[in-house]
Design a protein around this ligand. Structure first.
Ligand code: PLP
Length: 401
């Protein structure tokens, strides 16, 4: 190489060196553009006949690695990462419906999805009908009409905050009998607990920032399903600039490595916390599928061999007025409006996830002014129970040990 001017050397010296042997942990490719060796290379990479990258928004190697991992975990032909769970949900829906079509969605849908359905789907001429996802006759009726037949049945594998369990096999049958696609949000479950595609779902979506990432540091989404559906979703996400950024993909892969272990502990802690809460005189009701009084206890036992994740909800007997003193009494468990992190967190649905719903609608969903939701982390259960015991102690009546 002839001597070059420092101005040129500063730009070109020490260009990226790809090591000849594989790194044992994934490097971060924080690159938004890629070089082509010639025009044949351009054509081959665009056609997909040669492995290669085009441009950051089209997806980088870290996003590709995450997508490959999710496709394998979900037993899917393909997966595509997205900038957020909401982008993944939007891509899943938008590639299935146009103005004049209809969507049937669970009435327990996540608040952000409800807002999306109302503003961007109903608002653009798509009929949206809400149903109780455990009432299959109502689901089938809603899929059939009134008005146009629905193209999509949208459900959540485990619902927020009462952890209702969707019977995915039965819902897939309802959807397919009506020629609709079944799209499942399995954020609360993850493929470590349930793989919706194996039950007949057409697409599965996740908010990656919850259990898949697991450490409260990722904002990302993903959807998995058949190759053709994923190719259409990918094109939609690329057009909207809603693809998965490199660093988030890298963090998500790092999180995935411990998914199975974390989910086991989240689930065992949730069982311990639910059993403890059930014994407390200050608690009116506990919601967790491990409890015999849960409406889908038997279904959970059939479909969830490794537990139903880390979410437990409960109603304080003292109602709304007991909530603030109880929350103030917690030292280890923080108030956080998210879930699925290694640390145990608590949220008050009335002011967080269910804030947009009028009080009657909240009541119809079974969420009262005394309902709290715990996302059990991976700490030792005795410290979680000690923290809860302290908070119950502050309410007056003596908690049971
Ligand atoms: N689905 C569920 C069940 C959620 O809880 C959330 C967020 O809390 C989302 C989707 C949306 O995901 P994101 O916040 O990554 O856009």
């Amino acid at each position: 190489m002839p001597d070059r001017h420092v101005d040129t050397a500063a730009v070109h010296a020490g260009r990226l060196i790809v090591p000849s042997n594989t790194a044992s942990s994934p490097p971060l490719f924080q690159a938004s553009s890629y070089e082509f060796s010639d025009l044949d290379d351009v054509e081959a990479i665009y056609a997909g006949t040669r492995e290669g990258r085009i441009y950051g928004r089209y997806g980088g190697p870290n996003a590709g690695q995450f997508e490959t991992a999710i496709a394998e975990l979900e037993g899917a032909e393909a997966a595509v990462g997205a900038a957020a769970g909401m982008s993944a949900i939007d891509a899943a829906l938008a590639t299935h419906v146009v103005a004049g079509d209809a969507i049937v969605a669970t009435r327990e849908v996540y608040g952000g999805t409800y807002a999306l359905l109302e503003a961007d789907y109903r608002g653009r001429g798509i009929d949206v009908r809400y149903v109780d996802q455990s009432d299959f006759e109502a689901v089938s009726r809603a899929l059939a009409g009134p008005g146009t037949r629905a193209k999509v049945l949208y459900v959540e594998a485990l619902t927020n905050p009462l952890v209702h369990v969707a019977d995915l096999r039965a819902l897939a049958a309802c959807a397919h009998d009506a020629n609709a696609a079944l799209i499942v949000d399995a954020t609360f479950a993850t493929p470590a607990l349930v793989r919706p595609l194996a039950f007949g779902a057409d697409l599965v979506v996740h908010s990656v920032g919850k259990y898949l990432g697991g450490h409260g540091d990722v904002g990302a989404g993903v959807l998995a399903g058949r190759a053709q559906a994923i190719a259409e979703a990918r094109a939609y996400l690329i057009r909207r600039g809603a693809t998965l950024p490199h660093f988030e993909a890298w963090l998500a892969v790092r999180g995935l490595r411990t998914l199975a272990l974390r989910m086991e502990r989240h689930a065992s802690n949730a069982r311990a916390v639910a059993a403890y809460l059930q014994m407390q005189p200050q608690v009116a009701r506990v919601y967790h599928p491990s409890l015999a009084n849960h409406p889908q206890h038997a279904l959970a036992a059939r479909d969830y061999a490794h537990g139903t994740g880390g979410i437990v909800a409960f109603d304080l007997a003292g109602g709304a007025s007991a909530v603030d003193p109880f929350l103030r009494g917690l030292a280890t468990i923080a108030i956080v409006h998210s879930l699925g992190e290694v640390a145990t967190t608590i949220s008050y649905p009335t002011v967080s996830s269910h804030r947009p719903f009028p009080i009657e609608e909240r009541a119809a969903l079974g969420v009262s002014a005394g309902t709290l939701r715990i996302s059990c982390g991976i700490e030792h259960p005795s410290d979680l129970i000690a923290d809860l015991t302290r908070a119950f102690g502050g309410l007056g009546e003596r908690p049971r040990a």
